[in-house]
Design a protein. Structure first.
Length: 310
């Protein structure tokens, strides 16, 4: 994985399946209109924002999580969740990744709520029947976003989605990683955060193949987009039925898939230690550096063999 002043895992892009429509009697928060598709790219470059998309009376809402995972994201989610009944809610992700440790902390919060996860872009359309919310499948879940996707008790990735992976690295040296120099302290940070990420992956029910694929893509290569076989092999997908994570309203209108969006750049953000973990530090070390995600570039990893279904 790659080293960073705060290290991050590059993007695992996300999903793209059928869109789901939900009639809203006016109770939708902070999510614009159908023009929103074009705005999503810019939003993925900003710190992660959480919004509740409500619908009544015949469907449940969902949490929209858009943007880069930063040191503030776990706290921001706690503030967002305060006073809301989010147990078993679906989290719809649209993110280019972010801080490793803070993504781990946020993912554990999602799992603690029994959340379901998928990837998509939330849009609000004005119709003759009022406002209608939908999830468009053409979105990106890259880098540490993939590990947020993994936190769901049930996980759905539509056919049209893009899920992309890469290594973590020292963000301040990612632009020319091979020419940069690294200290023993840098190596300690990377090894420590790889260990944290591995433990989290297995705690969430992911397969070692996910780490193997991500760690095989260095910072000077493009992100690797996971195939459908690899999504199953890594256990990122637990269901092929969208209704298992986002039940549509009866007789919902079909919403067209948004056109593909270009990859968003990721900022380099220092992170804090993940919740619930205590990691021994060298006696003389005061470093708070952790792994963070890098700017996704989109390369390939060595394909892993796909095991036949048992």
């Amino acid at each position: 994985m790659r080293l960073v002043t705060s290290l991050r895992l590059r993007g695992l892009a996300l999903l793209g399946a059928a869109a789901f429509c939900i009639t809203l009697p006016g109770s939708v928060t902070t999510l614009g209109n159908s023009a929103r598709a074009g705005a999503s790219l810019e939003e993925r470059k900003t710190p992660m924002r959480f919004s509740w998309v409500a619908c009544e009376p015949n469907c449940r809402g969902w949490v929209s999580a858009v943007g880069i995972i930063t040191a503030d994201s776990p706290r921001d989610f706690d503030e967002f969740a305060r006073g809301r009944q989010l147990g078993g809610a679906t989290v719809v992700l649209d993110s280019s990744g972010g801080s490793v440790n803070d993504a781990i902390a946020l993912g554990r919060r999602f799992r603690g709520l029994g959340a379901l996860t998928t990837v998509g872009t939330t849009v609000i359309n004005q119709t003759s029947q009022g406002q209608r919310a939908s999830v468009r499948p053409e979105a990106y879940c890259e880098s540490m976003c993939v590990f947020l996707l993994l936190s769901g008790k049930a996980r759905y990735v539509p056919e049209a989605a893009h899920v992309r992976v890469h290594q973590i690295w020292m963000g301040d040296r990612a632009d020319d990683a091979r020419a940069a120099s690294y200290s023993a302290q840098d190596m300690m940070i990377v090894e420590r955060d790889i260990g944290r990420l591995a433990k989290y992956t297995f705690d969430m029910g992911g397969a070692g193949d996910l780490l193997s694929l991500a760690l095989s893509v260095p910072p000077w290569e493009e992100l690797h987009e996971l195939s459908r076989d690899e999504l199953r092999l890594t256990n990122l997908v637990t269901t092929e039925q969208v209704a298992d994570v986002l039940p549509p309203q009866d007789n919902a209108a079909t919403v067209p898939v948004a056109e593909a969006k270009t990859k968003a750049n990721q900022d380099r953000v220092a992170t804090s230690a993940p919740d619930g973990e205590t990691t021994a530090q060298p006696a003389k070390s005061t470093s708070t550096k952790t792994a963070e995600a890098l700017v996704p570039t989109g390369g390939t990893a060595t394909p892993l063999p796909v095991q036949p279904a048992q």
